[in-house]
Design a protein around this ligand. Structure first.
Ligand SMILES: Cc1cc2nc3c(=O)[nH]c(=O)nc-3n(C[C@H](O)[C@H](O)[C@H](O)COP(=O)(O)O)c2cc1C
Length: 187
């Protein structure tokens, strides 16, 4: 089985975030050969091009290095006001800047949980648009749209809904296949 190293991050900074917990669920559902490291975005400052011009802040540098080292990314994003939260956009903005933007050419799987009825579909479509400019390659299917998240997690924050777990598992398998294909490692 091919080794795939994935860097995941959640677009929510709150302690009991459904999206952070969805990422935790992914780490329980990894296909053989895949490893998942998660990066906490709370250390990433707001983008400032004056700061970038004198050198990336330490946390940003570390984030960029972990992305560069990864075969693929896994993003769990909430939907804020029909789009991605500033936390996600801000992190991508830092990682998109030269030299050698680490997002360039990176395969990415997207998933999201919301308490509403549409499971972050509008945020995910916006994220896909951002991926175009960054030259990232999102997996198209399956779409992992966890709607009414409060019904899918138990009180300890574990994803207990089997359908949701199945979608996450399928997304990770699709990410493996997509990454191998983009890297020319498919057999
Ligand atoms: C600023 C803000 C805007 C939101 N906008 C939306 C929205 O457009 N669509 C939606 O389904 N939920 C929206 N919500 C509700 C989120 O889905 C809900 O807070 C969810 O739990 C956030 O993800 P988290 O649990 O990972 O923090 C919004 C929440 C906040 C705080």
């Amino acid at each position: 089985m091919a080794e795939i190293y994935v860097l995941g991050f959640s677009g929510s900074l709150r302690k009991n975030s459904y999206n952070t917990r969805l990422l935790a669920a992914a780490s329980e559902l990894l296909p053989e050969g895949m490893t998942l490291e998660t990066f906490d975005l709370s250390s990433i400052p707001l983008y400032n091009d004056d700061v970038r011009a004198v050198g990336f802040p330490k946390s940003v540098q570390r984030f960029r290095e972990r992305i560069a080292a990864a075969d693929a990314l896994l993003i769990a994003t909430p939907e804020y006001n029909y789009s991605i939260p500033g936390v996600v956009k801000n992190a991508i903005d830092w990682a998109s800047r030269p030299p050698d933007p680490p997002l360039n050419g990176k395969p990415v799987a997207i998933m999201g949980a919301s308490t509403g009825n549409f499971g972050t579909v509008r945020a995910q479509m916006h994220l896909r648009q951002v991926c175009v400019f960054c030259n990232m390659f999102p997996v198209n299917r399956p779409e992992v749209l966890v709607m009414r998240a409060q019904e899918k997690f138990d009180t300890d924050g574990r994803v207990v809904d089997e359908t949701t777990r199945g979608f996450v598992r399928d997304l990770l398998i699709a990410l493996t296949n997509w990454t191998l294909r983009l890297q020319g490692r498919s057999t």
